[in-house]
Design a protein around this ligand. Structure first.
Ligand SMILES: *Cc1c(COP(=O)(O)O)cnc(C)c1O
Length: 228
């Protein structure tokens, strides 16, 4: 199947309020162009050194999302153009994004990445860290960022019930902090959950943004089997 066909097939399964980040990491610009011509405008990348040349190759109406672990000393390279950084996992990183965005008179959207998986190697805040920072108003002085959602990655497992539980807990947390700390803030609106093999579960559990790579561009897809 072509990239255009893959995109069409995925879009048919997405409710109106769910947007698609096409995860194009490891693919050359020619492949991104194919998706662009099929109407895709949101692309997700997880390496700064790959993202910058792609930004230069592709048209300027692409919305670039950073979705990987980001080192603070690399923020400056993407600050001029990045639309959303979905993978913010420390206050220090948030402060650096704010500073670099300020240099370009921009506001950068950020999602706080929450560690919801069982694996210890996945990055992200713990739920309690985020609540503590919010209750201390730690983000309130950061004028060049806009906290616009949460992001999470489920455990790499074939157990669909576990994945569903992790997404469902994150959704409940999203609603809770939205009510308490972001009431009336129209920008805090996105829950970025769901990848190639678990995005249908994620949509059922409240996703507003899925991040799909393999199912669009080819590559390995886990088979969740029964329990999905
Ligand atoms: C690679 C990646 C994805 C996409 O994964 P697929 O299984 O290829 O859809 C989504 N989110 C993050 C953070 C990634 O690194």
């Amino acid at each position: 199947m072509s990239i255009a066909e893959n995109l069409r097939e995925i879009r048919e399964t997405l409710p109106e309020n769910v947007r698609l980040t096409a995860v194009s990491k490891f693919h050359p610009p020619s492949v991104l162009w194919e998706a662009y011509h099929a109407g895709q405008r949101i692309f997700g990348e997880n390496h700064v050194q790959e993202l910058v040349p792609k930004y230069e190759h592709l048209p300027k109406d692409v919305e670039w999302h950073f979705i990987g672990h980001l080192q603070a000393n690399k923020v400056k390279y993407i600050a001029p153009f990045i639309h959303t950084i979905q993978s913010v996992d420390s206050l220090r990183l948030l402060e650096e994004i704010n500073k670099q965005a300020g240099k370009h008179n921009r506001k950068i959207n950020v999602f706080l990445q929450i560690h919801i998986a069982q694996e210890t190697h996945k990055f992200g805040f713990l739920y309690e860290d985020v609540e503590k920072l919010l209750s201390e108003k730690a983000f309130d002085t950061l004028e060049n960022i806009r906290i616009s959602g949460l992001m999470g990655m489920a455990t790499l497992t074939g157990d669909g019930r576990q994945i569903r539980r992790e997404f469902s807990n994150l959704h409940a947390f999203f609603l809770k902090i939205k009510n308490i700390y972001f009431a009336g803030d129209k920008f805090f609106s996105d829950l970025s959950i769901g990848m190639s093999d678990d995005y249908l579960i994620a949509i059922e559990e409240g996703s507003t943004m899925v991040r799909i790579g393999g199912r669009i561009f080819g590559g390995r897809i886990r088979n969740l089997g029964i329990g999905l």
